[in-house]
Design a protein around this ligand. Structure first.
Ligand code: ADP
Ligand code: ZN
Length: 433
């Protein structure tokens, strides 16, 4: 696969990246001071006093709560007449926030997404289907304009309607898709029900992201569809997709450091973690006009991948997102992330495409119940076989999590699923009180 750079900035030396970041950080601070929020927050801070990207530590952090408090215009650096697009977080957690973009912001964003797609071998001759929800969610239009910028024939299929998705995939001999991993799992089942094998589609590349998923899920997608699947990370607050993306090495995601300054902080002390330790990803936009964000707390947990990448790109890599700080389940004093559960489940061959974690309370005691879809061929009548499987799954979970969840095996396709991001955890603990 050719991995030629789409943009010379992909190969800048570390010194060049640092000086570019310092210069852009100063410009960003100057600009940010025009917004109601930052004019107050950055009072007394002289942008010229920052001499390296590390000096960013002296600046205050920005949180999602700040975005909510200054909703809808409080972060704009220019009159709203200069804005041409609005996206909003889907509100997975709490009330919505809005991100506004100037024309130049949209052009820069499309360039970043095109760069990511080019990196993994997507080319202008590819036929590209975007199975992300369009509308306020950035995975639709964000990826769409990047694919067009690259020159792909771009099919804005949107989310859901699996039958129509399959028809488009077949009729137009689609070679590249962008798809949420949990939907890729579900779609494979629907494809099989039509009598086809997902591997029969002429797909060669899948861009997967927008929700946490494990390496095990990636491998299942690659095997089922016979594609190479690349992890795509982004969030509305930082534009949307195109922030960090896996390269052909598939060992971590390059975070584009000409466009963002990244920090990984201990979420409790807000100090940088030791290199290679897990922490909360905090980012600063470096070339956003309409709505720059400084030291924004993403709530996403990750760590740096050490060393230089063999692909030649100099931008540092982050590991796949382990979870969000607000995803953490505390059960009997033990901290658990849904991805730990997924990793175990998806490593067990009998486990099918979907699972759900239910948190319950009886009296003062919390329990975790893990509902697991089992592949058709294993869902046999023999109760002993099923009991044995249940015990095997429970044992593996207990070894990883150090608490004993109840395991409930359910039939293939019986768990509820969303068109958008999967909801892995159902917390019934409050409602039972
Ligand atoms: P919402 O907050 O409503 O979900 P966004 O669409 O902006 O709105 O979602 C961004 C979030 O989605 C990220 O902060 C992260 O938690 C998650 N996310 C996005 N891409 C990935 C990915 N590749 N892996 C894991 N999580 C991801
Ligand atoms: Zn690389």
């Amino acid at each position: 696969m050719s991995t030629e750079f789409f943009h010379p900035e992909e190969g800048l030396s570390r010194e060049e990246i640092a000086s570019l970041q310092t210069q852009r950080l100063r410009e960003t601070l100057e600009r940010a001071k025009h917004s109601p929020f930052y004019s107050e927050r950055l009072q007394g801070i002289d942008p010229e006093s920052l001499n390296s990207p590390e000096d960013i530590r002296h600046l205050p952090l920005t949180s999602k709560e700040d975005l909510r408090a200054f909703y809808p215009w409080g972060f704009l650096t220019e009159p709203v007449e200069n804005m041409v697009r609005l996206h909003a977080s889907s509100g997975t957690t709490g009330s919505p926030i809005a991100i506004l973009y100037t024309r130049q912001d949209l052009a820069n964003w499309a360039e970043l997404v095109a760069r990511c797609m080019n990196m993994v071998g997507v080319r202008s001759g590819d036929i590209f289907q975007n199975l992300s929800g369009y509308g306020l969610f950035t995975g639709g239009l964000g990826i769409h304009y990047g694919a067009e910028r690259l020159g792909c024939l771009t099919i804005p299929a949107g989310a859901g309607n699996s039958k129509r998705q399959i028809k488009l995939l077949q009729d137009f001999r689609v070679s590249v898709v962008h798809i949420i991993p949990s939907y890729a799992m579900h779609l494979s089942t629907v494809i099989r029900e039509t009598g086809m094998d997902p591997a029969d589609l002429p797909l060669r590349i899948a861009l997967i992201g927008a929700e946490p998923h494990t390496e095990e899920i990636r491998q299942r997608i690659e095997e089922m569809y016979k594609v190479s699947a690349y992890n795509s990370y982004g969030l509305s607050e930082m534009n949307g997709p195109g922030v960090a993306f896996e390269c052909p090495e598939q060992k971590g995601m390059h975070l584009w450091e000409d466009s963002y300054i990244m920090e990984i902080l201990d979420p409790r002390t807000l100090e940088p973690v030791e290199e290679g330790e897990y922490g909360e990803l905090v980012m600063t936009t470096l070339n956003r006009e309409g709505m720059p964000l400084i030291r924004y707390r993403t709530k996403d947990l990750t760590r740096l991948v050490p060393g230089a990448c063999p692909c030649g790109r100099t931008h540092r890599r982050i590991e796949r997102i382990a979870g969000r700080t607000d995803d953490m389940i505390i059960l009997k004093g033990v901290n658990i992330y849904p991805m730990q559960v997924e990793k175990i489940l998806m490593g067990i061959p009998e486990v099918g495409q979907n699972y759900q974690i239910v948190l319950e309370r009886s009296g003062y005691i919390d329990h975790m119940r893990v509902r697991v879809e089992i592949k058709d061929e294993y869902f046999v009548e023999d109760m002993r076989v099923l009991k044995g499987l249940e015990q095997k799954i429970a044992r593996s979970l207990r070894e990883e999590l150090l608490v004993s969840p109840r395991v409930e095996l359910v039939e293939h396709r019986s768990l509820p699923r969303n068109e958008g991001k999967a909801e892995r955890v159902v917390d019934m603990r409050q409602s039972e009180n």
